[in-house]
Ligand binder design. Structure first.
Ligand SMILES: NC(=O)c1ccc[n+]([C@@H]2O[C@H](COP(=O)([O-])OP(=O)(O)OC[C@H]3O[C@@H](n4cnc5c(N)ncnc54)[C@H](O)[C@@H]3O)[C@@H](O)[C@H]2O)c1
Length: 331
């Protein structure tokens, strides 16, 4: 099987993880990278020995030798690169939120279908074994169809200083919306949300949302950025899915590993992306490897769903609207 030739656009903290994860998949060649920041482009290019370097994504996307592009730019500007890449015959992985605008997300899927290419959302939690196992337990009848779901996603106050650029519903809750839609296998009917703007940023520091699905399932979401940095807990997430036959739950506050030193305590995540013995492991690599294998073998990447991602944006829009107006939204 020929190697899958990959490009990454956007080399911030997460874009570099994409480069690192792709580079450790033997069947992949990372042949081009792009960032508008020249210094970052040079540093990442030098670190991973990648020759194809661009500050303008339009130039990169004119190349005819790229099979797959990861779009890892700011939340607000995924559209142009995604459409150009699909139009040039490339497959695209577009990071979450695929867009903050419903019509843009729909345009991406329409373009992919017109050009017969895959567009895949960066909802990598489907590749985290714990979340995936809950889906399997639903599918096999072990816990039965979801009746009640609770999702907490808590990040640090320091991270909020960077990520308050985008509403919490799109930045954080969107991960759980994808899981909830996947688990319920149903569309959302009604949405009620309440925000708490603790620091006065445009985006709420604390966001609660209550959803009712057409299936009858209810789901409650608590996304917040209130963990003090000093606590040394990067992720403080939990989930409970009560099905008709049983319950699944976990808490990821600690991977089990704690490091204590002069800077305090750290609890590094080991599930999403970790570097080990010169390679990478975790949900990001598994997601990218799955997509590359599908491209290499001509299979459809049906484990992911851009249609679900679009519905997730539709629900996130309703959450933003409900939190701003205090009204219940019927979809
Ligand atoms: N799936 C996940 O778990 C996960 C985790 C982190 C971030 N993300 C998502 O990944 C995306 C990037 O996040 P980040 O944390 O790396 O952000 P970041 O701010 O660290 O990096 C964004 C990078 O994109 C570059 N950029 C912006 N517009 C560009 C353009 N038009 N052309 C080329 N480069 C451009 C910026 O210069 C910057 O280097 C966001 O959508 C974010 O929500 C997903």
């Amino acid at each position: 099987m020929a190697k899958v030739k990959v490009a990454v656009i956007g080399l911030g903290s997460w874009g570099e993880c994409h480069v690192e994860a792709y580079r450790s998949i033997p069947s992949v060649d990372v042949i081009a990278i792009c960032d508008t920041r020249e210094q970052q482009l040079k540093e990442v290019g030098d670190r991973y020995g990648i020759e194809g370097r661009y500050t303008d994504s339009r130039e990169l996307l004119q190349r005819s030798d790229i099979d797959l592009v990861s779009v890892v730019t700011f939340e607000e500007n995924h559209l142009a690169s995604t459409l150009q890449a699909l139009g040039s015959g490339m497959h695209v992985l577009v990071e979450k939120p695929v867009s903050t605008k419903l019509h843009e997300a729909e345009a991406m899927l329409e373009s992919a279908s017109r050009h017969k290419r895959h567009v895949v959302p960066g909802h990598l939690l489907r590749f985290d074994p714990r979340y995936a196992e809950i889906h399997r337990a639903i599918q096999t009848g072990q816990i039965g169809q979801p009746q009640s779901m609770y999702f907490k996603r808590a990040r640090t106050k320091g991270m909020f200083e960077i990520y308050n650029r985008t509403h919490t519903a799109y930045l954080s809750t969107v991960h759980d919306l994808d899981l909830a839609i996947w688990y319920a296998a149903s569309r959302v009917k009604t949405v009620k949300a309440i925000g708490n703007w603790v620091t006065g940023a445009e985006s709420p520091d604390i966001l609660w949302a209550l959803l009712e699905f057409e299936s009858g399932a209810v789901a409650c979401f608590n996304s917040n950025w209130m963990t003090p940095d000093e606590a040394g807990i990067v992720m403080n997430d939990s989930i409970e899915v009560i099905g008709s036959q049983g319950t699944a739950q976990f808490d990821n506050r600690s991977s089990g590993l704690e490091l204590w030193n002069q800077t305090g305590r750290q609890t590094p995540d080991l599930n999403i992306h970790r570097v080990m013995n010169g390679s990478t492991a975790g949900a990001l690599r598994d997601q990218l490897q799955y997509l590359c294998e599908c491209i290499g073998t001509g299979r459809d990447p049906v484990y992911t769903s851009f249609t679900d991602a679009i519905h997730g944006i539709e629900v996130a829009n309703a959450i933003v609207q409900s939190a701003a107006t205090g009204k219940d939204i019927v979809l």
